[in-house]
Ligand binder design. Structure first.
Ligand code: ADP
Ligand code: SF4
Length: 698
C-alpha cells in the first residue's frame, strides 16, 4: 500500500549542519541497560531501528571521561581509543540501513558518583552528588584547570566519535545528567566567577563545549545540543522562560536543538500521568528563536499528531525513544500506509526499568526489544514453521494472544480459545482501572493482527476442559490460562495465612475488578506486591468515596515504581486524594471491623478501622487445566497431542511484559532443534587483555 499523502511531510529530508536526514523520524538518545557490557546486542537493536525507517538513530548518553562515571549504570563509554571499535560497531550497523548515527557525549558532573573510577566528581559548587542512591560522595567546585581539562576531554571524545563514524555529535545539557546543566541552573550554580551569576555566565560552559565540538568535528558532523526546557519545579528550577533565554542566547551555535524536560521522570512520563504529545506547551515557540532544526518528544505514535506539530511549527523532527522501542518499524509502517500495524507504546516504562536494573532493555509491547542479537528475534519477522502443525492456545491474555499471533505469522494453523467474551485476559480487566486505559493497546494490537489471519481461529466464550482439548485433535497445546490473586495474605512478607476473624470482609484485586464493593465506607489495602495494583486500587476506591488506608511493608507506596519513574507521582496522587498511607507496616490480623498492622522495625502494633480489607500480595497460577490434562496423558497419543506447555502467568505470575515475552518465546522455540547444553541466548564476553599480571609470580 502507498502512504497517505497527508504524511508526505514526515518523509521530507532535513539538513542538520553538514549532514541530511532522510526523513523527520528521529530516534533521540535513550538508555537501554546494555551499554558497554552488551555492545553487539546494542548495535543490533539500533540497526533494527534504522531498518525500520528512522532517519536518525542515536546512542544513549556516552560517558566521555572517568571523572563523569555513573556506575553502577552501564551506559556506553568514550573514554579513550579503546572504546572506538565498540562505538564504531553501532555507527556501522546504523549506516547499513541508511540512517544517520548520532552519539550523545556526556560528562555527568555532579550526577556522577564515580564509584567505579574513584575519581573526585566536580561541578559548579561543593555539594553532595545528585545520584540515584544518595551515595556518600561529594563533588568539588571546578577551578580553571578543571574547565580546561573538561573542554579537552570533551573535544577529544568528539573527535573519537567522528573517527567511529558518527554523523551527529551531541553536547548534553539536559536532565541534570549532562553536567553542563548544573551550570545553567541557578539552584546549583552559585559561583561568582565568569561561570556563575547572570545567564551569559551560566551558559558559558555550554557555549564553549558547543564551540569546541563545532571546531573539532563540525566540518563533517552535525553538532546537536540537548537541553532541558523546564524542570517542572517552578521558578526555582530551570523554567520555560529562562530556557528560552538560553536558547535565544546560543540560537545559531549548534546545528540542531534537541528539547527535553528535566529530569528524566518528567521527560518520559507514563500514560498514567501524561497524554501523547504532552510536551507541546513546553516546546511551542522555541523554533522562533532559532533557524536550526528542532526535535522534541512526546510518546508520539499518531502520525496525524506528528504532522500537526510539524505543520504548526512546533517541531521540525519527530523525536521518539519509547515509540521507537515499542515499534522500531513505525516509520516504515507510516510510509507503507499500514497504520493499523503500528504497535503503539502503552506508556508503562517497563523499558526504563531495564536501565534502572542494569539489565537489557525490555518492552511490554515489543518482546523482541533487547533480544535482537541475544536470541535472534526481529520485531517484524519470524522464521516459517518447519512443518505444518496445528496448535491450540488456551487463554487470550497477553501470553496467549502473543503466542497465537506469532504462531500464526510462522504459518501454523492456530486455534485460540478464550473463556470469556472479551480478548485480553488481565489486560482487558486492568485497562478499566484508573490511568491504565492505554495498556489495552496490548490486547488491541494483537486482536487486530489476528483478525487478518485466515489460519487463526478465535473461539470466544470457550471454557475448555482437558476433554475439549483432546477432542480438538491438535498436535500442540499452549496453556496460557493466567492467574488469580491470593486471598490469604501470603506474599513476600507473610509466608503463612494471616489470622482472619470469621465474618471479616476480605477482597482480592480480582474481586474489586469484578465490581465487588464492601458494604461500609472504610477500606484497608494491604500492598505487599509493590507494583501498580495496590496504588491503582487505592485510587479507584478513594475516588468512589471510600476512606482508604494503604499499608505496606515498603518505605513508600508502589515501591517498585521507582523503576518506572512513577513512584513519586503515585504517592503524590494518593496523598492529594486523601488516601492514608502507612508505610513500613505489615499485616498481622484481619478482624470484622478493622485490621491490625505491625511496624516492620519495632513490631509496635497499630489498629486500623476498616470495614473490609483488599489483599494485594501475590497471585496463584491457574494450573487446574494443566493438571487435568496431565492426568489424561494416556489419552494424548490417540488424540494426536504431542505437547502441552504452560506459559505466562499460568506458569509464574509476572508483569504483562513477561507474559508477552513468554508468548513470543513459545512461538519462537516451537520445533526449534536445540543443543540441550547451550544457554538460552548468546552473550558477549569481554576479551582478556594480553600481558602479565602486575606482580608476576605473586
Ligand atoms: P497471561 O498474562 O499469562 O496472558 P491472563 O490472566 O491475562 O494471563 O489471561 C489468561 C486468560 O485465560 C484469561 O482471559 C482467562 O479467561 C483465560 N482462561 C483461563 N482458563 C481458561 C480455559 N480453561 N479455557 C479458555 N480460556 C481460559
Ligand atoms: Fe512503551 Fe512500555 Fe514498551 Fe516502554 S516498555 S516502549 S513504555 S510499551
Amino acid at each position: 500500500m502507498a502512504r497517505d499523502p497527508r504524511y508526505d511531510i514526515l518523509f521530507e529530508p532535513v539538513r542538520i549542519g553538514p549532514v541530511t536526514t532522510r526523513n523527520r523520524f528521529y530516534q533521540v538518545p535513550h538508555c537501554n541497560g546494555m551499554g558497554y557490557r552488551d555492545p553487539t546486542a546494542l548495535a543490533t537493536m539500533r540497526a533494527v531501528k534504522a531498518e525500520g525507517g528512522w532517519g536518525v538513530v542515536c546512542t544513549e548518553q556516552v560517558e566521555i571521561h572517568p571523572t563523569g562515571d555513573i556506575a553502577p549504570f552501564i551506559e556506553l563509554r568514550n573514554w579513550d581509543e579503546q572504546d572506538v571499535p565498540m562505538l564504531a560497531r553501532i555507527a556501522d550497523a546504523v549506516h547499513a540501513h541508511g540512517a544517520l548515527a548520532g552519539l550523545q557525549l556526556a560528562h555527568n558532573g555532579m550526577n556522577a558518583p564515580n564509584l567505579y573510577s574513584r575519581e573526585i566528581p566536580f561541578g559548579p559548587v561543593d555539594l553532595p552528588v545528585f545520584s540515584i542512591y544518595n551515595d556518600p560522595v561529594q563533588a568539588r567546585a571546578m577551578d580553571k584547570a578543571d574547565f580546561r581539562d573538561l573542554r579537552r576531554w570533551h573535544r577529544d571524545a568528539a573527535l573519537r566519535a567522528k573517527r567511529a563514524g558518527y554523523d551527529i555529535v551531541y553536547v548534553y545539557a539536559g536532565k541534570l545528567f549532562g553536567g553542563a546543566m548544573f551550570f545553567l541552573s541557578r539552584r546549583y550554580n552559585t559561583r561568582t566567577d565568569e561561570y556563575g551569576g547572570n545567564l551569559e555566565n551560566r551558559a558559558r560552559l555550554l557555549k564553549e563545549l558547543i564551540e569546541d565540538t563545532k571546531d573539532a568535528v563540525g566540518d563533517t558532523c552535525g553538532v546537536a545540543c540537548r537541553i532541558s526546557v523546564d524542570e517542572l519545579i517552578g521558578e526555582e528550577g530551570l523554567h520555560a522562560a529562562e530556557a528560552r533565554d538560553i536558547i535565544a542566547h546560543l540560537a545559531e551555535l549548534p546545528d540542531l536543538w534537541d528539547l527535553t524536560l528535566s529530569s528524566w521522570d518528567n521527560d518520559s512520563q507514563t500514560s498514567r500521568f501524561a497524554e501523547e504529545g504532552f510536551q507541546e506547551p513546553f516546546v511551542t515557540g522555541i523554533k522562533a528563536l532559532t533557524t536550526k532544526p528542532v526535535v522534541g518528544v512526546g510518546r508520539f505514535t499518531s502520525p496525524d499528531l506528528m504532522v500537526r506539530q510539524i505543520r504548526s511549527g512546533v517541531l521540525d523532527l519527530i523525536g521518539a525513544a519509547r515509540p521507537s522501542i515499542a515499534d522500531p518499524f513505525l516509520p516504515k509502517k507510516v510510509e507503507e500506509g499500514r497504520l493499523e500495524d503500528i504497535r503503539e507504546c502503552i506508556g508503562c516504562n517497563i523499558c526504563v526499568s531495564g536501565d534502572h536494573t542494569m539489565t537489557p532493555i525490555r518492552c511490554t509491547q515489543n518482546p523482541s526489544m533487547g533480544e535482537e542479537w541475544r536470541r535472534g528475534w526481529h520485531p517484524e519477522r519470524i522464521r516459517a514453521a518447519a512443518s505444518p502443525q496445528r496448535v491450540l492456545v488456551v487463554g487470550a491474555g497477553p501470553a496467549g494472544l502473543e503466542a497465537a499471533m506469532m504462531l500464526g505469522r510462522r504459518g501454523y494453523e492456530v486455534a485460540l480459545a478464550e473463556k470469556t467474551r472479551t480478548l485480553g485476559g488481565r489486560v482487558a480487566r486492568e485497562r478499566l482501572l484508573p490511568g491504565l486505559s492505554a495498556w489495552g493497546r496490548v490486547a488491541d494490537y494483537r486482536t487486530g493482527q489476528l483478525a487478518g489471519m485466515s489460519h487463526v481461529e478465535v473461539y470466544r466464550e470457550s471454557d475448555l476442559t482437558a476433554e475439549d482439548i483432546l477432542d480438538f485433535g491438535f498436535e500442540h497445546v499452549v496453556l496460557a490460562t493466567g492467574s488469580r490473586w491470593r486471598a490469604d495474605g501470603i506474599g513476600r512478607r507473610l509466608l503463612r495465612p494471616v489470622p482472619c476473624e470469621a465474618g471479616a470482609v476480605v477482597l482480592t484485586p480480582d474481586d474489586v475488578m469484578d465490581g465487588v464493593r464492601p458494604a461500609g465506607r472504610t477500606v484497608a489495602i494491604y500492598d505487599d506486591d509493590h507494583y501498580y495494583m495496590g496504588g491503582v486500587l487505592a485510587e479507584l476506591l478513594v475516588r468512589e468515596g471510600f476512606a482508604v488506608t494503604l499499608l505496606t511493608p515498603a518505605a513508600d507506596v508502589s515501591n517498585w515504581m521507582h523503576m518506572t519513574m512513577e513512584q513519586h507521582r503515585v504517592q503524590a496522587r494518593l496523598l492529594e486524594l486523601g488516601v492514608r498511607i502507612l508505610a513500613h507496616h505489615g499485616l498481622t490480623a484481619i478482624g470484622r471491623g478493622g485490621v491490625e498492622a505491625a511496624c516492620v522495625f519495632t513490631d509496635r502494633r497499630t489498629a486500623i478501622e476498616a470495614g473490609a480489607v483488599v489483599l494485594v500480595t501475590a497471585r496463584l497460577p491457574a494450573t487446574a487445566l494443566a493438571a487435568e490434562l496431565g492426568a489424561r496423558r494416556d489419552a494424548w497419543a490417540e488424540a494426536g497431542l504431542r505437547s502441552a506447555t504452560t506459559i505466562g502467568d499460568a506458569l509464574a505470575p509476572g508483569t504483562i511484559a513477561a507474559a508477552v515475552f513468554a508468548g513470543r518465546r513459545y512461538a519462537e522455540e516451537l520445533d526449534e532443534v536445540r543443543d540441550e547444553s547451550a544457554l538460552p541466548f548468546r552473550r558477549e564476553v569481554a576479551g582478556l587483555v594480553a600481558g602479565p599480571m602486575p606482580w608476576p609470580g605473586g
